[in-house]
Write a protein that binds this ligand. Sequence first.
Ligand code: PEP
Ligand code: MG
Length: 546
Amino acid sequence: MERIVGIAASEGYAIGRMYIHLEAAEDWSHQTALDPDQEVSRFQQAKEDACIELGTVYHRAVARVGEHHSGIFKIHLALLRDDDFCKEVSEYIQQNHCTAEKGVQEVGQKFFRIFEEMDDDYLRARGADVKDIVSRLLFFLGENRKEEMGDWLPKGAQGILAAEEIMPSQTIRMDVDQVTGLITRTGSRTSHSAILARSLQIPAVTGLGKQFDLLQDGSCVILDGFKGLVIQDPDEETLSAYQKLAQEYENQQKALESYKGMKAVTQDGTVVELCANIGHPNDLDEVLDNGADGVGLFRTEFLFMYWGRQPTEEEQFGAYRTVLEQMQGKRVVIRTLDIGADKQVPYLRMEREENPAMGRRSLRYCLENPKVFLTQLRALLRAARYGKLAILIPMVVSVEEVLTVRKLLQQAAAELEQEGVPFSRDYEFGVMIETPSAAMISDLLAPHVDFFSIGTNDLVQFTVAADRENPHVAALCDPQHPAVRRLIEIAVKNGVRSGIRVAVCGEAAADPAMTRFLLSIGVRELSVAPASLLEIRHTIQSLRLT
Ligand code: PEP
Ligand code: MG
């Protein structure tokens, strides 16, 4: 029996035979071409074919996992149609008198390296998208294009698939009746393949690194997607323990379905507003499907990351308006740009800092760059006409900051008024309580705002002085720590006393072990990832507070 620990990328259990898929790497490096013009046309034809096929993949994905999880294929289409990439491939072919295959490989490698060298995990993971596009183009340049891509298990077989790397377009083609689990050498929890695996409910463990070499094709494995664990050749006792766990999990999942569309009310009648956290308008399908009471946190920095360049006021307005309209009058909390630390946006060129989590990030960046900030505030005020908007300010540590933002909002409104651009002053204004200082002065902050939203992720890291991104201190990042609980309690008490709304939107809101505590101190609003809505609704419904 061998226990191999990787990254828990998609929850669930899989038990069965493992199939290792190894792709033979093709070497295009020495291919010269007699007629570069002909190679450029071959490349253009392959690009057209790939775009058509990608359109089909996109529609297939929408049918399988909904619009929300299929956005990646729109991104792939945009990358394929990207003028810079195509121009560079054509130029490379012309300048080096090489084949279309080599041009695609070389330019693809260059783009891949740009992503790979980025500090941010999310953007680094985008390198996989470039690889996906390159392999798609090579497929269409090849002779053998009848072969079905992604069909990696022998016909009729069912089991766990292990591969060096699995790309999003391959994941989406997985037949869930055939592939019961995924194991990869590379990858992270934020890679799109991991996101798709979660939406397809295929348990996955990624990032095995060198340990991937320990895997043996055909062996029996247990995949524990909660712990990021792969157990190869388990003994009888371990096997039967996991069979029991897997059965229990399956029963739980089936039972949760019945909570769709229900209200979150405790056994003794306490009503909780259960909202969802999103990072993009595409996330709304699952929010609406699971019947959330509103959007409790729209992390707008993800929009800035998706776009790959600074979105214009018009583009931001469009995205905020879409969310407000789709939520049909339900409250939508949109948080202003919270960039920096783990959320880098390369084109904004933030300076490197020794300790970025405590540096010029988030609200501090916005106040130092009023042009960027005002563009967002203007877009928000314009969008306020289309629904019930609440504007949320991150990383607040002082009353002065709140007053400055209020002034900037007035400035944005005055500008719009002068320009005759329609907007609304009908919105709520709130602050994140995610620093110990904000919690400690929450009595002073409350008179200036309409609501608090407690961000336990940052509150925990700053309270226990342990980086939330560092796996070596992960055990210290515990929202149950008495110091964290005290700070939460102080903020809730001050908010309730001042008669303002108090919500919790950090990960602790999605932790069933925290629900009783949060409700018992007076929290009546929770905002969680869309995938956690049903579980937390179930937890609330099984609680009795008195
Ligand atoms: C938090 O810090 O708890 C929070 C919700 O914000 P983020 O996770 O985006 O930092
Ligand atoms: Mg935060």
